[in-house]
Design a protein around this ligand. Structure first.
Ligand code: NAD
Length: 492
């Protein structure tokens, strides 16, 4: 990027071994935002080897916890120092608005602050084995070499959910951002170096997952793979990891219901259904893409959401007037457009959108209008498959049991929203939903201190919170007999 080498391996910045590069497009206008070095499988293997060496030499994992915590705090300081530059890169790369990118960098900072505190809190414990001579302890140790693979929708945020606990736990790692959006992670790796992360502890390669994936995962040199991305990739990585009995946590997609009962507070419900699905043009794993609304209010509610959807101001994310940006790429827009055609052919009723905006100022970017399909049902693929675009489907229900059944009618289980002014019903429905995060009368919020992850095919790990650190730790039982004596089993 900017003429500097972009691969960081064993503490050295270097170019791809075959000199390869990739053009990174700005989805707001199709221009080239940057040219970055594109790693080869050999480079990826070098990165894994560097992480292995740095872990096996033992110095990093032996670093006192207080020093690791201080390092995480220094990284947080640098993130805030460079917040504007990092947010600008994120916007140029993903298309999201600068306001969203700034929030992302603040959230990344919070993750580092949170783990800086948490790593100092010991979760070791003593076990009473009934013999006063025996000291039995459960201790946690770094799991080892980690491969961290992130998607393009929240490039630095998703990567930080992995890097912060991995560093805190004393692991070494290879980070691979999405080839579509590597810019913020490259800049961030420079910050890690500046903060004093020792050589080999964090290594960075970027390039296509199809090319680099096996070099990063099909190996006995890796102890843990933390992956966030799509279901198909998650299945593939899980299968490869299983061959090596490598632990793999996969954070996958969602098809998230937002259930609105007739007694829900109107204004906040309309607003949050709108925001829940159209923020970042729907490119959010926890986007509330399935509106499940009580029949008695459905016509008015859908009309109210549609009226506001039509007023959403689309534009270049760098323009403060823009409320949402483009889709991440032309290729992704083509996928979203195909889903809209599918919805029409499945018989869903198009309420609004379903087209590219006709504003000539947006013609060069991969923009797509907020789209709402009414009269959807469970048999439709647009209801069941993750479109990852600005598409809201509407299903209607008549009683609580039906609302719950529809809410759980997905192979995924990442997130859900419930809106009602009846607290008892709210609690009943929240507990009945099989999703990793459930918001009651709210939508989309999260905190670094609370676990994030999915039920079902939304994945099998948890990030953030204490569990997000535990993923990067092995558990060891130490049995120490202070007065050894023979077992006395065999008498001869
Ligand atoms: P993707 O699966 O196409 O790619 C994700 C990452 O995996 C990229 O870095 C890619 O290069 C890499 N990859 C691809 N093939 C690989 C292979 N064979 N081996 C190793 N790595 C490989 O996903 P995407 O399109 O970048 O991201 C969108 C998806 O991510 C959506 O499904 C979304 O729901 C999901 N997501 C989930 C969460 C969550 O917290 N559960 C958060 C954000 C995004």
């Amino acid at each position: 990027m900017d003429g500097e080498p972009d691969l960081y391996i064993g503490g050295v910045w270097r170019r791809a071994s075959d000199g390869g590069t990739r053009d990174i497009a700005n989805p707001a206008d199709g221009s080239i935002a940057a040219v970055v070095d594109e790693a080869t499988p050999d480079d990826a293997r070098d990165a894994v080897a560097a992480a292995r060496t740095a872990f096996d030499d033992g110095a990093w994992r032996a670093t006192p916890v207080a020093e690791r915590a201080a390092l995480l705090d220094r990284i947080a300081d640098l993130l805030q120092r460079d917040k504007e530059a990092l947010a600008g890169l994120e916007t140029r790369d993903t298309g999201k608005t600068l306001a969203e990118s700034r929030i992302d960098i603040d959230d990344v900072t919070s993750v580092f602050r949170y783990y800086a505190e948490l790593v100092g809190v010991s979760s070791d414990r003593l076990v009473d084995v009934g013999d006063p001579a025996v000291i039995s302890r459960i201790v946690r140790e770094p799991i080892g070499v980690c491969v961290l693979i992130a998607p393009w929708n929240y490039p630095l945020l998703q990567m930080s959910w992995k890097v912060a606990p991995a560093l805190g736990a004393g692991c070494t790692m290879v980070a691979k951002p999405s080839e579509v959006t590597p810019l913020s992670t490259i800049a961030f790796t420079h910050l890690l170096e500046e903060a004093g992360v020792p050589p080999g502890v964090v290594n960075l390669v970027q390039g296509s997952g199809a090319t680099l994936g096996d070099a990063l995962t099909d190996t006995d040199d890796v102890d843990f793979i933390s992956f966030t991305g799509g279901l198909a990739t998650g299945k593939r990585i899980s299968a490869v990891a299983a061959e090596h009995v490598t632990k793999a946590a996969v954070e996958l997609g969602g098809k998230n219901p937002h259930i609105v009962f007739a007694d829900a507070e109107w204004e906040s419900s309309v607003d949050q259904v709108l925001t829940g699905v159209f923020l970042h043009s729907g490119q959010v794993c926890s986007a509330g893409t399935r509106l499940i609304v009580e029949e008695s209010i459905a016509d008015d509610f859908v009309a109210a959401v549609a009226a506001r959807a039509e007023k959403i101001r689309m534009g270049d994310g760098m323009d403060p007037a823009s409320e949402t940006g483009p889709l991440v790429s032309e290729q992704h827009r083509a996928k979203v457009e195909a889903y809209v055609q599918l919805g029409l052919s499945e018989g869903a009723v198009l309420v609004t959108g379903g087209a590219r905006p006709d504003d000539p100022a947006l013609a060069k970017g991969s923009f797509y209008l907020p789209t709402i399909f009414d009269r959807c049902d469970r048999t439709m693929r647009i209801v069941q498959e993750e479109t990852f675009g600005p598409i809201l489907t509407v299903e209607r229900f008549t009683d609580e049991a039906e609302a719950i059944a529809l809410g759980n009618d997905t192979e995924y289980g990442l997130a859900a929203g419930v809106r009602t002014s009846d607290p008892a019903r709210g609690e009943r429905v929240v507990r009945a939903l099989r999703h990793g995060t459930v918001w009651l009368n709210d939508f989309g919020y999260y905190t670094a201190a609370a676990e994030w992850g999915g039920f079902g095919k939304s994945g099998n790990g948890r990030e953030l919170g204490p569990t997000g650190l535990a993923e990067y730790q092995e558990i060891k039982h130490i049995w120490h007999n202070t007065a050894p004596k023979p077992a006395g089993w065999f008498t001869g």
